[in-house]
Design a protein around this ligand. Structure first.
Ligand SMILES: Nc1ncnc2c1ncn2[C@@H]1O[C@H](COP(=O)(O)OP(=O)(O)OP(=O)(O)O)[C@@H](O)[C@H]1O
Ligand SMILES: [Mg+2]
Length: 294
């Protein structure tokens, strides 16, 4: 099946700044435990000259089948957070747990789709690219890997290109291969770092739509980074807003179910405006006071 069907079952609702699930008045006992818990996470880069604090005590919970968005300005630590969750950067303080286990390094239960089009080895065909991580991680037999690769290539509508090489594909098609490759490993959480940012506007919209259709079919758990407010509202069911460098969680917005058909509508524009205002307001905790007048 390809990804050209209409999105279903998603009714628009205004994006309101909402309490997190744990505060939403639902008895705690009825909540499932979060799949991914990021708590009090401080991440730093240490160079011989200096220490750069990328995030400061960031915390959020991602539940199974969430489409959780990290939205924030450039340099606020979104990619760093994703890399830490993928297991490539150890925390300075705080913890990351996935399925109740502390994340201590990379693993096949987390996989990242990046923005760059060159994330596919060019000497492998589409089918080989998608099957490769399954074989490399020793997850399944060769036959099973090939069957699973075919299944996910079909899901992203690329069956006619299964034997093509990356250089024969458009940017959008390469990103579809990267998504198929990620989903084929059936990760506990799919991590996406601005996967559509390098695409033209029309292709970007189409990819957002396809991702949502795919999510409806597969119901994977998604952690998606963007600095586009519109993209956050279209793709996500929950949005964590990060402050400028170093990133902290400014607020969480949930309960909205906009889709591409909502774009341009009054409710959508109002939600964009609210998030925009919140994103650019000065944070009294971190703002620098104005210099005294001379
Ligand atoms: N390898 C590195 N060494 C030192 N500092 C780094 C390194 N990578 C990132 N940083 C710094 O960490 C901070 C967070 O960077 P990060 O790439 O996570 O931001 P981002 O939110 O993903 O930004 P963008 O939206 O531009 O991709 C920035 O101040 C950046 O300069
Ligand atoms: Mg980034």
């Amino acid at each position: 099946m390809t990804l050209v069907a209409e999105r279903r079952n998603l009714s628009p609702a205004p994006a309101e700044p909402g309490p997190s699930r744990s505060e939403a008045g639902v008895p705690q006992a009825s909540l499932p435990p979060p799949l991914l818990r990021v708590s009090n996470l401080t991440l730093e880069y240490r160079t011989p000259e200096r220490v750069v604090r990328a995030t400061h005590r960031v915390g959020f919970d991602v539940y199974e089948a969430d489409r959780f968005i990290l939205l924030g300005p450039s340099g606020c630590g979104k990619s760093t957070l994703l890399k830490a969750i993928a297991g490539f950067i150890p925390p300075v303080e705080g913890t990351i747990t996935l399925g109740g286990e502390v994340v201590r390094g990379p693993g096949p239960d987390r996989i990242v789709v990046f923005q760059e089009f060159d994330q596919l080895p060019p000497w492998k065909t589409v089918a080989q690219n998608v099957a490769f991580p399954l074989r490399a991680a020793g997850l399944v037999s060769r036959r099973e890997a090939e069957a699973r690769a075919r299944h996910y290539i079909d899901k992203v509508g690329l069956t006619p290109f299964a034997d093509s090489y990356p250089h024969q594909l458009s940017g959008g098609m390469k990103q579809r291969v990267a998504i198929a490759r990620a989903l084929a490993t059936q990760p506990k959480v799919l991590l996406m770092d601005e996967p559509f940012a390098a695409l033209d506007a029309l292709t970007r919209r189409k990819m957002q739509e396809e991702l949502l259709i795919l999510w409806e079919e597969v119901r994977f758990t998604l952690l998606f980074v963007t600095h586009s407010i519109e993209e956050a509202l279209v793709v996500g069911n929950r949005v964590a807003l990060l402050s400028p460098h170093p990133g902290r969680v400014r607020g969480e917005y949930n309960g909205h179910d906009f889709d591409l058909a909502s774009v341009g509508g009054d409710a959508f524009q109002a939600a964009v405006q609210r998030l925009h205002d919140r994103l650019f307001e000065t944070d009294p905790e971190t703002s620098v006071p104005p210099a005294p007048a001379r």
